[in-house]
Every structure is written in structure tokens, then in C-alpha cells.
Design a protein around this ligand. Structure first.
Ligand code: ZN
Ligand code: ZN
Length: 130
């Protein structure tokens, strides 16, 4: 039996499938129920209001949204922060500009690899026009 410290509360528990102890799993389920319950009656709620009304951390609510357990498609006032900056987004992990930057970073690193390869044709030919 593997013992591990709970990722959420730090208590020692017998590790099964997750990094979270059974007590925390139960608590998270209750938090999830509170959120969905509140959302059912409050279409215009913001992330902050939802967090305060349900006593669930913004971080946990964000996790629910990212896991796809809470859909915010119908809640136009709810958004969460991009993982790389403070821009508010409504889907995925990154905002548009961070996603673009990441893509160009990837392209640049490909270029660096290509440049590092030995070049076989290094002679430049000059054409002299008379
Ligand atoms: Zn725990
Ligand atoms: Zn961003």
C-alpha cells in the first residue's frame, strides 16, 4: 500500500488513483454540487460572485471548467485567467496572444534546429555581368 500526502490538504492517506485523499474528493464533490446548484438559478453570475456565494475557490471552479464538468457557454459573465498571463478567457488554457506566442516559439525552435544542421552547400556563386 502506497502512502502519500494529499495534494489538497496535506494529510497522509493510502494512495489509490489520485493525489487527493477520500475526504477531499468528497469535499470537492460537495463544492461541485454547490456550484452547479447556484449556476442553475443565476445566469448572470460572475466568477467572483460564484466563488463567494458557494465558498468554493476561484481556482477550484476554474478546475471544474477546464475538466469540462462545468460548462460556461451559457454564462457570459464567467471567465478565468489564462495560465500564462492575466487575460481572462472562456475556453482552453491560454489566451489568444499566448497561444500565438507559443506557436511562434515552437516555429522558432524548429528554425534553430534547422540552422544547427551542417550545411553542405556553402559556396556562393557570383554572377558578373559585363
Ligand atoms: Zn485531502
Ligand atoms: Zn495569456
Amino acid at each position: 500500500m502506497d502512502l502519500a500526502n494529499c495534494f489538497r490538504c496535506g494529510r497522509l492517506f493510502a494512495k489509490a488513483f489520485r493525489d487527493i485523499c477520500p475526504t477531499c474528493i468528497k469535499e470537492i464533490e460537495q463544492e461541485y454540487m454547490r456550484c452547479t446548484d447556484y449556476l442553475r438559478h443565476n445566469r448572470q453570475v460572475t466568477m467572483q460572485e460564484l466563488s463567494e456565494a458557494t465558498d468554493v475557490s476561484v481556482r477550484q471552479i476554474t478546475t471544474f471548467i477546464r475538466e469540462g464538468r462545468i460548462s460556461i457557454a451559457n454564462f457570459e459573465n464567467i471567465s478565468y485567467k489564462c495560465e500564462a498571463c492575466d487575460t481572462h478567457i472562456r475556453e482552453g488554457h491560454l489566451c489568444d496572444s499566448c497561444r500565438r506566442r507559443l506557436q511562434s516559439d515552437l516555429k522558432n525552435s524548429e528554425k534553430v534546429v534547422r540552422q544547427a544542421e551542417p550545411t553542405t552547400q556553402s559556396t556562393t556563386t557570383y554572377r558578373i555581368t559585363e
